[in-house]
Ligand binder design. Structure first.
Ligand code: HMG
Ligand code: MG
Length: 312
């Protein structure tokens, strides 16, 4: 299989963590319900490919995201198949009901997901901005008391389909509030993929300026306008060491019009390999997984690297 020639760029982090969201962000938008066995196999394959964090599903209201209504069955199946490691797979929980469901299964990593804009908070969570923090506060407090690790997402950080450009100060204020609730890591989301590299530099810089250590930041890009890799490069130059990506480039948010595929994990791995930044992921295994999943979904992967390497 082809691999890029490694030519390191001075000053970049030596190693990054790829946080795989394919089983959750990737699948949540799929209209046809995917069998739970296929989802479990996807998660197992992603772990086997060396991905250190594989977000498995969401404990949201099943009417809001029907594709993930099988969250309990999936996590139970995974626990049966991979044992205790199944408890370390992160899941989304929007509220205390979601947390209760995760706690009942003994899960150890949860993620809340807030919005930087009022409109998306309403569309995605049925709450205004202030109400979203009130909803998350007991979730984070109880999760931390129970010894769980909590990640926070903040969405619409680079633009919002209803509100247009989102001021950097507004994004930093939203992210800070989620971190102040007690989340350990903040994933900065370009939900609709409109961001560009200079914007990434400015936003990460503004978080650091506001006192948030760069180690606590993750970047979550959607590739709607083909900017995701260039945005990763800007993130690397700013010292960010965690990147969210979705195997095969699947994904989108059902509550954000114009949210298309996430940054494909394979495309990210190709860039990191070329730059000599370590990540620990087996590209060939990942390409095989995305090709296998594309067969189940009945359409080819949108990832350029999967298309280039499939069959090699
Ligand atoms: P709501 O309708 O306001 O809920 O939805 P509620 O609190 O009024 O409760 C109504 C009923 O729902 C109650 O039942 C609750 O028990 C039940 P009843 O008493 O009427 O019988 N309920 C639940 N049931 C199961 N699990 C739950 C749950 N919560 C309430 N967790 C809610 C509010 C937050 C639940 C809803 O808006 C929701 O589920 N939203 C999720 C939307 C979503 O998943 N979006 C995609 C993920 S975000 C994303 O993709 C962006 C990201 O990738 C980053 C980026 O790209 O920017 C993360
Ligand atoms: Mg997303």
């Amino acid at each position: 299989m082809s691999l890029p020639m490694t030519v390191p760029e001075p000053g970049l982090p030596e190693r990054v963590t790829i946080y795989e969201v394919g089983a959750r962000d990737g699948l949540q938008n799929e209209a046809a319900i995917i069998p739970v066995e296929v989802k479990a196999e996807l998660v197992r394959r992603l772990l086997a490919a060396g991905l250190p964090a594989v977000e498995a599903t969401s404990f949201v209201h099943p009417r809001w995201v029907p594709q993930l209504a099988d969250a309990e069955q999936l996590m139970t199946a995974l626990h049966d198949q991979i044992g205790d490691a199944g408890r370390d797979l992160p899941v989304l929980v929007p509220n205390e009901r979601g947390l209760d469901r995760a706690l009942a299964l003994g899960l150890r990593h949860v993620a809340i997901f807030g919005s930087a804009t009022e409109t998306f908070a309403q569309k995605n969570l049925n709450r205004g901005l202030d109400e979203q923090y009130a909803m998350f506060e007991p979730v984070v407090a109880r999760a931390r008391d129970a010894g769980l690790d909590v990640r926070a997402y903040v969405s619409m950080c680079f633009g919002d389909p209803w509100e247009g450009p989102v001021p950097i100060d507004q994004v930093v204020a939203a992210g800070r509030r989620l971190l102040d609730l007690g989340a350990g890591q903040l994933s900065i989301g370009d939900t609709i993929g409109v961001g560009t590299a200079g914007h990434v530099t400015a936003l990460v810089g503004a978080f650091v300026e506001a006192g948030v250590p760069v180690e606590r930041l993750a970047l979550h890009f959607h590739d709607t306008y083909g900017q995701a890799l260039s945005n990763v490069q800007a993130g690397l130059r700013a010292g960010v060491t965690t990147y969210d990506a979705s195997a095969g480039g699947l994904g989108g948010c059902p509550y954000a019009k114009s949210a298309t595929g996430n940054l494909a994990t394979e495309d990210l791995v190709w860039l990191l390999d070329g730059l000599g930044v370590e990540h620990g992921v087996d590209l060939a295994a990942l390409v095989q997984t995305s090709t296998w999943l594309a067969g189940h979904l009945g359409r080819p992967s949108p990832s350029a690297v999967v298309r280039a390497l499939a069959g090699q």
